[in-house]
Design a protein around this ligand. Structure first.
Ligand code: GSH
Length: 203
């Protein structure tokens, strides 16, 4: 059996899977495939993920893409952080789909146009609109976390928390005082030793 390969780089959405791999304690190799080098669209990489995005994995010949799907698969396969009952499992799916449909894109647009691009290339209007778009889902999440400590299992950190918190990485650097439950939960998630190791790889 060959070592798991993770395609991507820590500054990309691949950090979501790096965090999980650190939690699972699995041996893995990172195959650096970056957008800047054009490698995400190389014919070699398109054989791994025809969509041309990272992260993607090759798990002993099984190729999979989409950060949330990869994380749900790996957690389930290795029996760690994966809720064992059907309701917990369904909640993990719910939160993973929710964060992708409600927050993944606005967060990226907000950060890319507010921080990452050189000032003259930023679309400031899009950054502001995206930040506004984030407000309702973040309010919803704060409310949910006022009811329970964690998302899928009321008392335990699971893949649902990892998936959502990993998408919200950039909010670690933002004042969330008006959303205290979200702020405390995000800190708890990213304070985990595995999360700190993944974070150290990207910062
Ligand atoms: N929905 C996908 C999005 C993946 C994605 O857009 N990744 C970016 C990097 S963060 C990428 O590969 N961009 C390079 C490209 O599109 O060529 C996921 O969550 O895995």
């Amino acid at each position: 059996m060959s070592k798991l390969k993770l395609y991507g780089y820590p500054q990309s959405r691949a950090v979501r899977t790096l965090w999980l791999l650190e939690e699972l304690g699995l041996p893995y190799d990172v195959v650096e495939v970056t957008m800047a080098s054009g490698a995400t669209r190389s014919s070699e990489f398109l054989k791994i993920n025809p969509a041309g995005h990272v992260p993607a994995i090759d798990d002993d010949g099984f190729k999979l893409s989409e950060s949330m799907a990869i994380n749900l698969y790996l957690a389930k396969k290795h029996g760690k952080l994966y809720p064992s009952d059907p309701h917990g499992e369904a909640k993990a799916w719910q939160w993973s789909f929710w964060v992708m449909s409600e927050l993944d894109k606005p967060i990226v647009n907000w950060i890319v146009n507010g921080v990452i691009l050189p000032v003259e290339q930023r679309d400031t209007k899009l950054a502001l609109q995206s930040r506004e778009e984030m407000e309702w889902p973040l309010h919803v999440l704060n409310g949910e976390l006022g009811e329970r400590k964690f998302l899928a299992d009321p008392n335990a950190f699971t893949i649902a928390d990892l998936n959502v918190a990993s998408v919200l990485y950039r909010l670690l650097f933002v004042d969330l005082k008006d959303k205290p439950h979200l702020e405390a939960w995000l800190k708890t998630c990213w304070d985990r030793p595995a999360a700190k190791r993944a974070r150290a790889m990207r910062e």
